[in-house]
Design a binder for this molecule. Structure first.
Ligand SMILES: [Zn+2]
Length: 333
């Protein structure tokens, strides 16, 4: 983490036309005779020149355990996880969070593609902290942080869907994630199969989960929920809102288990049924390898950023798929 912070400050210093080591001396001897020109306004490029398509689809990848001897189809080795990060980077994907995706606030460089990395079940294969409070070597967060440090423009961020007593009940874990730019989402208190519970049981699972998260990280909003096992409660409405023991809850987005890329947030996306793509130890139908291959072969179907968070750029032929509420920001070409 320190390395990444340092890289950011060095990059900021480079943008300001100085160097990190020069900062101290410039404050000591501010030249009065020369005034630096104001920075030129950085304009996003012509959307057509980067083939911007902000109505294209977004892969939301689903990870479980990251460990040397993966026990299930949903788990994978650290080497495979890092290889997938490398593929994503080389193919122009840049991580964002589920909250930035669903609210359409993904701020990505022109020509790059968003990817949302999601982790379920809050295991220590994803985040374990050392005695000094750093991610332990080999856990998924450590791998992601190291990868981001070595690959400029690739942000170490992800969304974690956690149960109660997360990360082996390490009280430092959720605060660490919140402090370092990761998003925390709900995954029920006990990883319940919601279809087997009555309405009160479903709502208890969510409220107890949210209370535990809020106790650990009072300032981290929990906006989204991933269905354990991909299974809805019998009353689907309870997946997006309810109340138990006097505590109401709402989720603005609900994540499924499978099995295709998600629609652009600027189209008629259903926030109560957002698909995710599996990534596991070996190939399965419609997994991350399948869909990354597909999107590489069909680049016109993929979300490509225009580099301008205030505009929604896309080829004019796609205009009918734009959600009516987003028309004021539209920039067809
Ligand atoms: Zn789960």
């Amino acid at each position: 983490m320190k390395a990444r912070t340092m890289m950011r400050s060095v990059m900021a210093a480079l943008l300001l036309g100085t160097t990190a080591t020069a900062c101290a001396s410039t404050t000591a001897t501010t030249p009065s005779s020369t005034t630096a020109p104001p920075p030129a306004t950085i304009r996003p490029p012509d959307p057509a020149s980067v083939a911007a398509n902000e109505l294209g689809s977004v892969p939301i990848l689903m990870y479980h355990r990251v460990e040397n001897d993966p026990a299930s189809e949903y788990d994978q080795t650290p080497a495979k996880f890092t290889a997938e990060l490398d593929r994503l980077y080389r193919e122009g994907y840049r991580p964002t969070t589920l909250a930035h995706y669903i609210t359409g606030t993904m701020d990505l460089a022109a020509g790059t593609h968003p990817v949302v990395l999601t982790f379920d079940d809050s295991t220590t294969t994803q985040l374990a902290l050392t005695a000094t409070g750093d991610p332990a070597p080999g856990c998924a967060v450590a791998l992601l942080e190291d990868f981001a440090t070595q690959h400029p423009g690739f942000t170490a961020t992800a969304t974690f869907y956690v149960n109660n007593d997360p990360f082996a009940d390490d009280p430092r874990a959720l605060p660490w994630l919140a402090r370092h730019g990761y998003e925390i989402g709900a995954h029920t208190a006990t990883h319940a199969n919601l279809s087997t519970l009555d309405a009160a049981g479903v709502q208890r699972e969510f409220v107890q989960n949210l209370r535990a998260i809020k106790t650990a990280v009072p300032d981290a909003p929990v906006r989204s929920m991933a269905l354990p096992l991909g299974v809805y409660p019998r009353d689907h409405a309870l997946a997006t809102g309810g109340s138990w023991d006097g505590t109401p809850y709402t989720f603005d987005s609900v994540l499924l288990v499978g099995a295709n890329p998600a629609s652009s947030p600027y189209t008629a996306v259903d926030p109560a049924a957002i698909p995710r793509i599996r990534s596991g130890r070996s190939p399965v139908q419609f997994d991350s390898t399948y869909w990354l291959d597909y999107l590489a072969a069909h680049p016109d179907e993929r979300y490509t950023s225009d580099g301008d968070p205030t505009r929604i750029s896309f080829p004019r032929a796609l205009a009918p798929t734009l959600a009516p509420a987003k028309v004021p920001a539209a920039q067809p070409y």
